[in-house]
Write a protein that binds this ligand. Structure first.
Ligand code: NOJ
Length: 567
């Protein structure tokens, strides 16, 4: 380990529990199912598991609306099975991270239930309750902020005669982190899990946990996005995180990664730059998933490789020597990456290329369930069949401007639900996910895309992931090498180099089915390099370059350069 920080060499497997594996036969994924699959996860080379929320929740936002932070959702199990799972994961050398949602709770959480009872209830100030304004005899919300999931950000409570703030769904009221009692609650929640043996947290929309005092009106940027400047990356976010770190996290050997919408690499450094001001280990860059859309997946654009390269290189370059990256290309909030940045026609080739493209960069790779077998987007026949609250919200907004068929196309392309269909374990009924009817549609392609088949095939995407993870671990250049991008303007190829103590790694990724001529960058002789990874069997080099095949990937290792040059 370059500096003794274990998270720099780990690879994390991300589980969205409802759709991972059903162990008790009710059609819903659960912790018993995860227990059965721990060996599988470990066999990939994963060193840790991050669970999307597994706490009790009414599921208005599938677990991101928590009604009890110190328990397990009965759909998923109970504290005993969680403890067992923790022990079994640790036995296999894997750490376990939980999702910590501090920006909001569920409206069914006892804190909120109390807070809405009266203005002098001790919990009232746990949330942002405010009287409305009267304009020309009409009551309007306290300000013009909008929520991410359901129109305006304020909901009126008739009985109380006040509005509460919700930056996400109505059933996700924002917690008032300014209140020291709320911070105290979260310190206790963190200690509760860390004392049990949990190894860290992914902190949900952590850049939103402070709001401008007085909650002023926002400059209306876009009709659908108001208030960002008053709830995103305010200086108090850092103060709160520092308090959590000093009072709790510093007393444990644990890891934290912050989810950080609307955050540039420069801003991220405020939280993750190594040194006395560091409050998180890593941050999740949103720009990686904006190469085919504007700000949100629901405003699609054609895929732009240059935009993707700019995003990735920006974080690589700006964090170099200062902070550590979180690397990902899929999670539960985005549709499947092969359907977006790759090609369903060249599914295996593009899946391998995309895997190497991000995993060989500098940072901690996160792999989302199903990504390792190349799961693709669902194509359900009607919008109503997509259960996610943000999908339904986007469909409602889109229906004002698009005809029905186009709305369906948009949802099929961009809905988060695409990543939430049951994991495809085998060609058995329900993709081997459950013996009962699954809670959500299984992708019809499971007979062709599933774990069991790919286990048998040495050239499968699944086995490629294993090889790639092994390679990262065995090669310090892949872990600690510096990063340098070549041929930035190329719209079809992504080429970068890593360098570490006399060894270089050259990664060449084609993002097209077209043939493209690749010429090695100056100073690199491909005939002195060894190809260590790729997605085609036979590889020729002609005149220090080659012509790419569809979505071709080649990774070259150039070792002991000084000696090579001397020869
Ligand atoms: C980010 C989570 O990843 C997403 O799934 C959730 O809907 C929002 N935060 C709100 O908690």
């Amino acid at each position: 380990m370059a500096d003794g920080k274990w998270y720099k060499e780990m690879c994390v497997y991300h589980i969205w529990p409802r759709s991972f594996c059903d162990g008790n036969g009710d059609g819903i994924g659960d912790l018993w199912g995860v227990l059965q699959k721990l060996d599988y996860i470990r066999s990939l080379g994963a060193d840790a598991i991050w669970f999307s929320p597994i706490y009790p929740s009414p599921n208005a936002d599938f677990g991101y609306d928590i009604s009890d932070y110190k328990n397990i959702h009965p759909d998923y199990g109970n504290l005993d099975v969680f403890r067992e799972l923790l022990g079994e994961a640790h036995k296999r050398g894997m750490r376990v991270f939980l999702d910590l949602v501090m920006n909001h709770s569920s409206d069914e959480h006892p804190w909120f239930q109390e807070s809405r009872k009266s203005r002098d209830n001790p919990y009232h100030d746990y949330y942002y309750w405010r009287p409305g304004k009267t304009v020309r005899g009409r009551l309007i919300p306290p300000n013009n902020w909008t929520s991410h999931f359901e129109g305006g950000a304020w909901e009126y409570d008739e009985k109380l005669g006040e509005y509460y703030l919700h930056l996400f769904a109505r059933k996700q009221p924002d917690l008032n982190m300014e209140n020291p009692r709320v911070r105290q609650e979260f310190k206790e929640i963190m200690r509760f899990w860390l004392d049990m043996g949990v190894d860290g947290f992914r902190e949900d929309v952590v850049t939103f946990i402070a709001k401008t005092p007085g909650l002023p009106n926002s400059y209306p940027w876009l009709p659908a996005i108001n208030g960002l400047e008053h709830f995103s990356n305010l200086p108090r976010v850092h103060d709160y995180l520092m308090e959590f770190k000093k009072d709790v996290l510093d007393h444990y050997d644990c890891f934290t990664v912050g989810e950080s919408p609307n955050t540039t690499a420069e801003t991220a450094l405020r939280y993750i730059a190594e040194g006395p001001d560091q409050v998180l280990d890593e941050m999740i860059a949103f720009s990686y998933m904006e190469a085919d859309c504007i700000l949100t997946d629901m405003i699609p654009r054609p895929f732009s490789l240059r935009k993707l390269k700019r995003a990735m290189s920006d974080w690589q370059e700006k964090l170099e020597g200062k902070a550590w990256n979180a690397l990902y290309i899929e999670n539960h909030d985005h549709s499947r990456v092969i359907s977006r940045y790759g090609s369903e026609q060249y599914r295996v080739e593009s899946g391998k290329m995309l895997a190497a493209m991000y995993m060989l960069q500098r940072g901690t790779p996160f792999i989302y369930q199903g990504q390792e077998i190349g799961m693709t987007n669902l194509r359900l026949p009607s919008v109503e069949l997509y259960p996610d609250v943000s999908t339904q919200n986007a469909a409602r907004i889109a229906s004002h401007v698009l005809p029905r068929g186009q709305v369906l196309k948009l949802i099929q392309r961009a809905a988060r639900d695409n990543a939430r269909s049951p994991m495809q374990w085998s060609a058995e009924p329900n993709a081997g996910f459950s013996k009962a009817e699954p809670w959500f549609a299984v992708n019809v392609n499971y007979p062709e895309i599933n774990v069991a088949d790919q286990e048998q095939d040495p050239n499968s995407l699944l086995n490629f992931y294993r090889k790639l993870i092994r390679f990262r671990k065995d090669n310090p250049v892949a872990l600690y090498g510096t990063y340098r991008e070549h041929d930035r303007k190329n719209r079809k190829l992504y080429v970068y180099e890593r360098a570490y103590e006399g060894t270089r790694l050259l990664v060449i990724c084609s993002f097209t089915a077209d043939q493209v001529r690749f010429d090695a960058p100056e100073g690199i002789k491909l005939d002195k390099a060894r190809q260590v990874l790729g997605n085609y069997e036979v590889n020729f080099v002609i005149a220090n370059g080659f012509t790419t095949r569809p979505y071709e990937l080649r990774v070259y290792l150039i070792e002991n350069e000084v000696r090579n040059e001397e020869k």
